[in-house]
Design a protein around this ligand. Structure first.
Ligand code: FAD
Ligand code: FES
Ligand code: MG
Length: 287
């Protein structure tokens, strides 16, 4: 159980791994995430279920190595197993057949959590327009998956190396104008906090419902510890049980940004220790 059955490197420090987890694969719904722990000494981290294969009983995770635990996970090989793999967690996305078009926007690694939502919206009979963005072409991930899960896929790169030269928000604005705001049923925007905030600013004047998926630090992911608290519509919510998806027009993004920076020094120190340990490990092997 919890064995890595396939592994691909799909971008700079971006990994796609398939884990054997038949129970989670069966129960998963778009918008769910899992919590994993690599070994007894490790911390628990949340990752979105990017895809599932019920026949094989596997769950696909797509993640970027940004710190100690994600680096360690990226270094694991096929055949190795994770100590804990808990899920599906979080409220699933509200999926229904809408009168209007659904627009799914994914920025950077945010394409991974957007993918199952686009797929489920399309399976429910909606017309899905997806917009993917990254700093440059080589940082775009899951283009083929997104093509399959959308009726139309538009791409934006900050440096103009592929698709529209500019931000996903430029494309989002053009699509809303082209379709007519009254014909847009829903916008789902997932990615870095500044990108989600900019998407909400773009859709607000049009009065288009906009859902974002928040990524606060999570510790227990059962609503007990309070680590993941966010303010939405002036109320305190726990992203792990009340979310992670919320109405983007009501999210206090300033507070979320501040809370995400809280452990920056500890995260840097953990990474330095990890790099040190890896160097020692390599030296032992070489000598
Ligand atoms: P660290 O150096 O410890 O931290 C780097 C940054 O990662 C932090 O500044 C913080 O922003 C974030 N982070 C660290 N620990 C946690 C934690 N316990 N909970 C939440 N965020 C944390 N990333 C992906 O690449 N792919 C995904 O599909 C994905 N899905 C997510 C779904 C949810 C619901 C949430 C809350 C986060 C998701 N993330 C995803 C972010 C991922 O959890 C972090 O990148 C990961 O925890 C980093 O851990 P680290 O030890 O490698 O890095
Ligand atoms: Fe503890 Fe959400 S992670 S309450
Ligand atoms: Mg960490």
């Amino acid at each position: 159980m919890n064995e890595i059955v396939s592994k691909q490197i799909i971008g700079p420090a971006v990994y796609r791994i398939e884990i054997s987890a038949p129970r989670i694969a069966k129960r998963h719904q778009a918008g769910n995430f899992i919590m994993l722990r690599i070994d007894e000494t490790g911390e628990r981290i949340p990752l979105t279920v990017a895809d599932t294969d019920q026949e094989k009983g596997t769950v696909t995770l797509v993640f970027q190595a940004v710190g100690k635990t994600s680096e360690q996970l990226g270094a694991m090989e096929v055949g190795e197993s994770l100590l804990d793999f808990v899920g599906p967690l979080g409220k699933p996305t509200h999926i229904e057949k809408m009168a209007g078009v659904a627009i799914c926007v994914g920025g950077g690694i945010g394409v991974a959590p957007v993918h199952p939502i686009a797929k489920a919206l399309k399976q429910a009979g909606n017309r899905v327009i997806s917009i993917m963005g990254a700093r440059a072409k080589e940082l775009l991930i899951m283009e083929e998956d997104m093509k399959r899960s959308s009726d139309e896929l538009l791409i934006a790169t900050d440096d103009g190396s592929y698709g529209h030269h500019g931000f996903v928000t430029d494309v989002l604005d053009k699509v809303i104008q082209r379709e007519g705001a009254e014909n847009v049923g829903l916008v789902v925007a997932i990615g870095p906090v500044p990108m989600m905030r900019a998407c909400c600013k773009t859709t607000e004047p049009y009065g288009v419902e906009t859902v974002v998926s928040l990524n606060p630090i999570m510790v227990d992911a059962t609503g007990m510890c309070g680590a993941c608290r966010v303010t939405v519509g002036g109320e305190t919510k726990f992203a792990c049980v009340d979310g992670p998806e919320f109405n983007g027009h009501e999210v206090d993004f300033d507070e979320l940004t501040k809370r995400l920076r809280m452990y920056l020094e500890d995260e840097r120190a953990a990474m330095e220790r990890y790099n040190h340990e890896m160097k020692d490990h390599k030296r032992c092997y070489e000598s």
